[in-house]
Write a protein that binds this ligand. Structure first.
Ligand SMILES: C[S@@+](CC[C@H](N)C(=O)[O-])C[C@H]1O[C@@H](n2cnc3c(N)ncnc32)[C@H](O)[C@@H]1O
Length: 252
């Protein structure tokens, strides 16, 4: 049999890696990396550092899978994502078939936790469903950017007994706000919090969480919103890319 592990690495801090992930890495023969271009070169380097640190026990190979190009603002989001997933499925299938031998263990190193806004699990399920390559697979959870954000701001994610709404920047801009008091926003390239009634919210914002450029800002949205926008724009200009996430909490 072939074995495939989707290993959560944590959201950026090298110490966020779990003991389970370290043990899993020690069993890996082939690391599959998807090449997302220069924008995430730093994240790829983080993955390579993890391999160098935790995979010393035996030789391993790194196989790059070229990511199909993706339309960023498609008119039909779902259909475009579906087509993109299909192309990725074919690429993963080919790479697994070609580079993972019987008896070997392969791994995808997943940023944060594999269950949160990451397509690897869906792609791997699609590969299995096609029935061309066969393998067993296992998910190793990781510290997500959500947990990293709350820890750095020293806040609980939920208020006592309350719900939390996790969403994307895109949806925050398109849908009415849920009744709950807490909204966690990821994948927001546009500072969509600008569209909300600022007086009603506090915001807890974090960029490059756990990494050397980590930046944290929190406070009443009306006060700190413009500062977050300016800080974000500048960081993005300087580094060429940004990863940030934030919690909006309704003021009482
Ligand atoms: C494709 S999703 C992957 C999420 C990841 N699986 C996780 O568990 O955090 C990428 C989004 O996660 C958030 N993110 C991931 N790592 C982050 C970090 N170190 N600092 C701030 N936000 C981060 C950002 O909202 C980014 O747009």
């Amino acid at each position: 049999v072939r074995i495939l592990k989707l290993i959560g690495l944590g959201a950026g801090h090298p110490d966020h890696i779990t003991v389970q992930a370290i043990k899993a890495l020690a069993t890996v023969d082939v690391v599959f990396m998807t090449d997302k271009g220069a924008e995430t070169a730093e994240l790829q380097q983080t993955r390579r550092n993890v391999c160098a640190e935790y995979m010393k026990r035996k030789p391993y190979r790194i196989v790059e899978i070229a990511d199909p190009p993706r339309e960023r603002r498609p008119p039909d989001y779902r259909a475009t994502v579906d087509a993109w997933h299909e192309q990725r499925t074919e690429a993963y299938e080919a790479a697994l078939g070609r580079h993972l031998a019987d008896g070997e263990c392969g791994a995808f190193l997943i940023w944060g936790d594999p269950s949160l806004y990451d397509s690897a699990m869906r792609i791997v399920d699609r590969v299995l469903a096609r029935g061309v390559v066969h393998f067993e697979y296992e998910i190793i959870p990781g510290i997500s950017s959500v947990q990293a954000l709350c820890a750095r701001h020293r806040i609980p994610l939920n208020e006592i007994g309350a719900a939390v709404h996790v969403t994307t920047g895109r949806r925050l801009g398109e849908e009415p706000l849920p009744d709950g008091a807490n909204v966690l926003v990821m994948l927001d390239g546009e500072c969509t919090f600008r569209k909300l009634p600022a007086a009603q919210f506090d915001i807890y914002w974090g960029a490059y969480l756990g990494m050397p450029d980590e930046t944290l800002i929190c406070g009443p949205l009306a006060q700190v919103g413009p500062r977050i926008e300016a800080t974000r724009a500048e960081a993005r200009r300087n580094k060429g890319w940004i990863m940030d996430t934030y919690l909006l909490r309704r003021r009482t």
